[in-house]
Design a protein around this ligand. Sequence first.
Ligand SMILES: *[C@@H]1O[C@H](CO)[C@@H](O)[C@H](O)[C@H]1NC(C)=O
Ligand SMILES: *[C@@H]1O[C@H](CO)[C@@H](O)[C@H](O)[C@H]1NC(C)=O
Ligand SMILES: *[C@@H]1O[C@H](CO)[C@@H](O)[C@H](O)[C@H]1NC(C)=O
Ligand SMILES: *[C@@H]1O[C@H](CO)[C@@H](O)[C@H](O)[C@H]1NC(C)=O
Ligand SMILES: *[C@@H]1O[C@H](CO)[C@@H](O)[C@H](O)[C@H]1NC(C)=O
Length: 448
Amino acid sequence: MPHLHHLLLTFLLLLLTHPHPPPPPTPLPPMGPRRRPIPPTGAPDDRVFIPDAHLKANLARAPADRTPAFVRMPVQRKTVNGTGKWEHGMHWDGTPGERGKRNGLDIGTPPQRVMVFLDTGSYELWVNPRCNTSANAEICENHGHYYPEKSNTSKFVANGFSVRYGTGEAVGHYFRDVIGIAMFILPFVQFAVASDTEYTFTGIFGLGYASSASMGHPPILEWLVHEQLIYGKIFSIGLGSHGDEFCEIIFGGVNRHKFAGYLEPVPIWPPVKDQSPYWIQYWINATSVGMTKDGEKPFVWTRKDAFNMPCMLDTGSTLSYIREDLVAAIGQQFNAWVEGTSTYRVDCSWREKKGTVDFGFNKGRMVINVSYRDFIWEMFKGQCYLGVQPADAGATNYVLGNTFIRAAYLVFDQQSDMIWMSQYYNCGDGVVTVGINPMDIQNIRGTC
Ligand SMILES: *[C@@H]1O[C@H](CO)[C@@H](O)[C@H](O)[C@H]1NC(C)=O
Ligand SMILES: *[C@@H]1O[C@H](CO)[C@@H](O)[C@H](O)[C@H]1NC(C)=O
Ligand SMILES: *[C@@H]1O[C@H](CO)[C@@H](O)[C@H](O)[C@H]1NC(C)=O
Ligand SMILES: *[C@@H]1O[C@H](CO)[C@@H](O)[C@H](O)[C@H]1NC(C)=O
Ligand SMILES: *[C@@H]1O[C@H](CO)[C@@H](O)[C@H](O)[C@H]1NC(C)=O
């Protein structure tokens, strides 16, 4: 029944991009138009981090023989048939027929390989989606589950894991176990094992701004620093553009061969200290939105020096969600038509044309030009969507998802509270360690 399957997937993918607003959470997170994980209700102390002898021993142990450097997730790629609409492994952006970004975590003793999504918009690590309520049961079943009873190092910690996304939710239990990430072993990490989930077909690796204080247990990034594998809470993401066989995440390092010139520091705003400690996100101001058509002069829709659009950087979002008037203006340039209440469709032939949609930061000091190919999202063969869609009515905060992120090389820096960015290029390979001193990223020059 391929047709039914197709329809079902269409429906679910639309849900992904256009969820119902979740009920009001406590504390109230900033308005994000979609896929908002709801922060934990109750005090963070509810999510107990029970110290025990094993953990204490590990926390006390200073890996004396170790010089921190960087941890780079190895990336395997494979082509996935268009019907899958799926890039699996560490990252998925819903693009059909494209390369797979296969990667995972090795949990337990002996290791069990589990695939997870890379998500800067949430901060828990959890595994074991329930496949019969997922958007694609087959993919779900083939991407790894973790069985605590099969690991001789697993330890039950507590009940009460619960996180809600715009596209569904996950509930379950906390466990602790060893986790292999790249070639390194983290001794005793707490994460969640889901008992019930909706929609998602892999676990999620939340890379949001969390700390042991806010989460009740240390997030992976903190473990990497604690284990002296990396110097600071910093990671870089290059998703790779369409037609480019590249995608990686580097903890504690920057790949100089993925950009040209310097990385512009864009401050997180509102400042981290002004955000709720239980709900810190990678918010940055976009300061211009424009377009460069093939052979024409660039133009911008926004007023110079007078435009600030707060956007959350979210690798878990396929599309970007911005102000409706801007979406309409961009849509007009692509002869877009509106489907349903507010979904902008476009002709797929735009993906073959030259031209870019341009997002500026720091009053135009850095402009990221997103090629039409990266900007137009082909959900199914011949079915294309504008890369920006209107945020929920009344929203004052927006999302830059993968239709922006693909065009940029991004460094998420929790040490200096900056997003460092530059236009993404791919001209080789070479990683430098960062985080030894705050702001040391400013001295790195791209080689492209
Ligand atoms: C991809 O899927 C289509 C439709 O199900 C099928 O006709 C085609 O043979 C598949 N291609 C490959 C390479 O598996
Ligand atoms: C756990 O299992 C691994 C391999 O399966 C084995 O090498 C190790 O000795 C076991 N550890 C304990 C504490 O049983
Ligand atoms: C779905 O799977 C769960 C176990 O993961 C099982 O308890 C439940 O009965 C299944 N539901 C259906 C409708 O198959
Ligand atoms: C990128 O966008 C900016 C601003 O719209 C423009 O000045 C610049 O020429 C564009 N660059 C390319 C390569 O399109
Ligand atoms: C971001 O935009 C707001 C207005 O929405 C402005 O008050 C704030 O100063 C800007 N922050 C930065 C760092 O530019």
